[in-house]
Design a protein around this ligand. Sequence first.
Ligand code: ACM
Length: 682
Amino acid sequence: MKRFFQYQLTLLFLLFGLSLSAQETALNLMPVPEQIETGEGQFVITKRFSISLTGDYHERLAHEATRFLRRLDQKTALFFDQHKVSGERTNASLTITVERPGEIRLHEEESYQLRVGTESIEISAQTDIGAIRGLETLLQLTGATNGQSTFPVLTINDSPRFHWRGLMLDVARHFMPMDVLYRNLDAMAAVKLNVLHLHLVDDQGFRFPTKAFPELLELSSDGQYYTREDLDDIIAYAHQRGIRVIPEIDVPGHATAILVAFPELGSKDTTYTLERYSGIFDPTLDPTNDAVYDFLDQLFAEVAEVFPDPYFHIGGDENLGRHWNENKDIQAFMKANNLATNHDLQTYFNIRVQKILNKYGKHTMGWDEIMTPEMPKSAIIHSWRGNWEGLVAKQTLYDAARAGYETVLSNGYYLDLMMPASQHYLVDPAPADMDLTPAERSRILGGEMCMWSELVVPETIDSRLWPRAAAVAERLWSPEEVQDVQDMYRRLAIISLQLEQLGLKHISSRNVILRKLAKSKDIEPLKVLVEVVEPMKGYTRNTNGTLYTTFSPFMLWADAATADATVARVFNEDVERYLSGSLEANQLRTQLDLWSKNHKKVLPIINRSPALLEIESLSENFSRLAVIGLEAIGLIESGGKPSSGWVTQCQQVLEEARESGGRTELQVISGIAMLVDELKGL
Ligand code: ACM
């Protein structure tokens, strides 16, 4: 009985979800707002378009409203009369009313109402941060009707589902210069993300501008670190967009960069060298050494002074404790203090670290390894461990919520794994059917995407983040029932172009890389091929972390490929439509014909570019796949029967096409296999 009831509820939910999705997503918004009431007609945007601000707002609203005006003028090319927004003005096209200045803090009010009428537009919000979210929605609504730029008449009531909608950038493995941070903050604001988490320290580099320990910058940064002014600028830039900035200093593991400068703080009596490879390494701070806490006290005082947010991330992940096991003094300390395991020793360390942070008015946040019975409940548990390949394993998230901790989900949101957007999109931190009480549910603050940068450089980071990050941003903002993957992809393609207008390089970097590899502007055949491959998934591209180092080239074939080979996805869907009778054979034939001839065009490019030798068999396999695709369609159309030799040969081509090439994998294999399978039983 209960089961039946649940089923009915699910059905209702799905039906409701579908109708909501169809109505709301037709507007091409991302993230989809909580509630939309569409109306009749349009607001026509003219050169007299103007904005008025009323109520008690923070001055950031005037800056953001002016930025909105500039962006809208760029989009519409109307040469607006009003250039700058400051305070009230009569008969403005858009009136923004807020009740109070927003604060850049967790749980701040971000809801807004947007009403577009034929004569005027209103955004009202409790805080200017809500109004800023509303401005991004309005900008996405810019359209055209009868040769005029317009906004559709509607009313939107919107508020976020989760308060923590974050992005972690690993600026330690590969340093990310200021322009990368600025443009990514613009993109984050465009899709209503509100936390930037900077992973500032790891085995491969130290990037925080400490004054107390200049040795860290001299020895462990390769000259690449932020200045205080840089960080002040980034924080101000983020705050103007209603985005918090959280620092992470990862301890006690991931400590090579610290120990290169201060080996006496390590758990092993040795000299340390800055790590160039990827992986989990042994250098670890010595938790039994009081000098470690003196060092962290001084360092954390500086970090706390620069970053105003009350949350401070101490990492805490992946400490295998090998150097602890090897150290007799540490073992004796553990015995004397009744610390049975390395985990207990790390807890001892965390609690001392937490006391230091409390002194500076900070709450501890750490990866889920920090969750032990003694950890005070004021800490935020950052859930990351689980199964990366399949459905998310949210056990540590739920355990944390049940144990009384606030918690943030990153498992399932590791964009560096190069999984398709659809996979991340369907990961929900708190689905309605989860087994948590309302109080436990309320401790799930939201989610944070991770961009670990072992394989990512400033030239490619945008294409590793965007547009997929916009899909996750929607999961964290929009109602749970917004789950239509096809529609997500449709809107993502539109949002992707809007992100490019903000200066993001996720689209342009591909051609830059291909032109570099081809040593020519003639890259068309390479584009045809790169559009149907994806980089090797998970951490397989970098076998055991030893193929690439920090200073390896990262403008290679795989770096021109992206996690969503849209052309391949659409082709595979077209094959399904063809086989079910809803697509003409000729549509597939045209594409397959082009593909079958592509290798001949790629070969001369490879011949003058040794860096492309790695894709020779990939390119050949792609054209061979297209040939068997054409043959299969010919047989299906003529009602012919394939010879058994043909089927065997096809199977061999399909098998060989599964081999990676240039650290990428062909994504059209399933479509071709479906065509061959159609003929198999004949
Ligand atoms: C992590 O991925 N080591 C937090």
